[in-house]
Write a protein that binds this ligand. Structure first.
Ligand code: TYD
Length: 137
């Protein structure tokens, strides 16, 4: 089982130029899983909160490619807040971590690279079930 301490910020490489920056995300280069899915959250209404679930197996790499937002991570024992506001920083989220996402700035875009294709079977959507999973496996 992973804990919130295992969910770290990863500094992403930047290709600088006078015309702007490029950050590249590639399998095998700094991401601790093979990318099977990419999705992004956008057009998020002011005040909306997202997340509110955990995953049995999924690992994710999250980048604020535009704007900013806050991840609240919870391993059933400890909580950690992570503010993301840079396209050159990613948050690694390990399996078995409850997450809430809040305080989206206007126009923000939350890019997610995921280790598995979408499967509802991998979600734990009830917080009581999550705590039970953390305590009893
Ligand atoms: P969900 O992961 O619960 O959203 P969030 O954590 O951002 O609030 O996904 C919301 C819905 O979107 C889910 O019920 C089904 C759909 N969905 C897909 O079909 N495929 C996907 O890859 C994702 C992430 C969501």
């Amino acid at each position: 089982m992973f804990n919130v301490e295992d969910c770290d910020i990863v500094e992403l490489p930047i290709v600088h130029s006078e015309k702007g920056n490029i950050t590249v995300l590639e399998n095998g280069a700094g991401i601790p899983f093979d990318i099977r899915r990419i999705y992004y959250l956008y057009d998020i209404p002011t005040g909306a909160g997202r997340g509110g679930h955990s995953h049995y197996r999924l690992q994710q790499f999250v980048v604020a490619v535009g704007g900013s937002f806050t991840f609240l991570l919870d391993d059933g024992t400890r909580e950690k807040e992570v503010f993301l506001n840079r396209p050159d920083k990613a948050l690694l989220i390990k399996p078995g971590i409850w997450r809430e996402i809040k305080d989206f700035s206007g126009g923000s875009i939350c890019l997610v690279l995921a280790s598995l294709k979408y499967s509802e079977d991998d979600y734990i959507r009830d917080y009581g079930d999550f705590l039970d999973f953390r305590r009893n496996g």
